[in-house]
Design a binder for this molecule. Structure first.
Ligand code: FAQ
Length: 331
């Protein structure tokens, strides 16, 4: 198994070597098997800690980079009400990023270090945020499909074995479910609108459907981390199982909207009790996560610029904290 180290480099997890180490790992696994929560001060295998840092930091980065595609529409939202809702949603995503960075810091890594990894292009964030938002319908599609997929993945994470991550997920899921509904409502308005609005919704669904299915990660057969993460109960459900669940709940919603899912092989399979669906374009997925998606460069440049422009705020906050500390000490 391979995990990302604190330096952002991927390396093999060191196996327990001595009898004492093996015994400690066995006790740890027994706690996991008994559904006990692992807390920051508890002993944990290095691989468990590194896997969590990798996953939680990627998740935090996704929330932060995820603000950019929607942010593109704040100035062009069609009404004041839509603008206010969109602003609130984007602020929620920033909040999610902050809870997640905080959860990650409980594992002994500094947030500044994690942000550095993102800006240096060493850390991943969700593939979905490397696609452009070309029309207002895309904002609806992000809420309906992207937040919908995010919730599907995050609900089981509320039962993750690591306490701080699981607890962060509870609040995040509540907010994501509101996000999903606001997206669905935007798409519904368009789907019930003029022929041009309906076309806009359909064209957007055509572009977002496959990237949304890719959010769940590669097929289980190609997923390097799933087996160990399931054993540690970091992940509770596999990538393919979640993808299937997402398809099963989303297809009837599309039917209700009168929109067509762009997959000629999609059909209900009564024997399996699930929808069968066509092959996901995995080549595209691997290209996007290797940095070659339509907007990868733009997203990182925008984050780097924002980080640079926010430098004076961070420095001012630190200077203020230092002044207060000195004042308190003198008093
Ligand atoms: N994008 O072995 P696995 C949101 C990487 S939040 C990019 O299956 P794992 C809110 C994976 O990291 C969306 N990379 O990995 C919002 C690994 O590479 P590594 C984010 C991906 O970790 C909504 C390699 O492929 N949610 O949307 C992706 O067991 C609207 C092999 O994969 C989370 O992060 C991908 N889609 O399973 C915000 C949830 N998939 O690290 C704004 C937490 C896989 O070895 C607007 N994360 N990779 O270099 C997870 O549940 C898991 O990490 C998975 C991947 C399921 C994403």
């Amino acid at each position: 198994m391979y995990t990302q180290g604190l330096d952002g480099k991927i390396g093999p997890v060191r196996e327990a070597e001595t009898a004492e180490e093996k015994e400690r790992e066995a006790r740890f696994q027994a706690r996991i098997d008994a559904e006990e929560r692992i807390e920051p001060n508890d002993w944990m295998p290095e691989g468990y800690r590194r896997t969590l840092i990798r996953q939680i930091s990627q998740h935090a980065h996704s929330e932060i980079v995820g603000m950019l595609p929607e942010g593109n529409w704040v100035t062009r939202a069609p009404t004041l009400r839509r603008k206010a809702i969109l602003l609130a949603k984007i602020q929620d995503e920033a909040g999610h990023g902050l809870y997640l960075y905080s959860a990650c810091e409980t594992l002994g890594v500094e947030r500044a270090e994690l942000v550095e990894q993102l800006l240096a292009g060493k850390a991943k964030y969700s593939s979905i945020f490397n696609y452009p938002t070309l029309t207002w319908a895309d904002v609806g599609m992000i809420g309906w499909l992207v937040d919908g997929a995010a919730i599907m993945n995050q609900v089981p994470l509320q039962r993750c074995s690591y306490g701080p991550y699981a607890r962060a997920m509870v609040r995040i899921c509540k907010e994501e479910s509101f996000h999903q509904r606001q997206g669905y409502e935007i798409v519904m308005t368009l789907a019930q609108g003029t022929p041009e609005q309906r076309r806009m919704a359909q064209e957007s669904l055509d572009r977002w459907w496959w990237p949304a299915l890719m959010m769940f990660g590669p097929p289980d057969s190609d997923s390097v981390h799933t087996a160990q993460s399931m054993k540690w109960k970091i992940k509770r459900v596999t990538n393919d199982e979640l993808r299937q669940k997402f398809v099963d709940v989303t297809v009837p919603q599309a039917e209700r909207l009168g929109l067509r899912i762009p997959d000629p092989q999609l059909r209900w399979n009564p024997e399996r009790g699930h929808y069968d669906f066509g092959p996901v374009p995995w080549d595209e997925f691997w290209r996007v996560i290797a940095g070659e998606g339509p907007c990868n460069r733009e997203r990182l440049e925008q984050r780097r610029r924002a980080h640079e422009e926010g430098r004076w705020v961070r420095e001012a906050a630190l200077a203020h904290a230092e002044k207060r500390r000195l004042r308190d000490r003198a008093a």
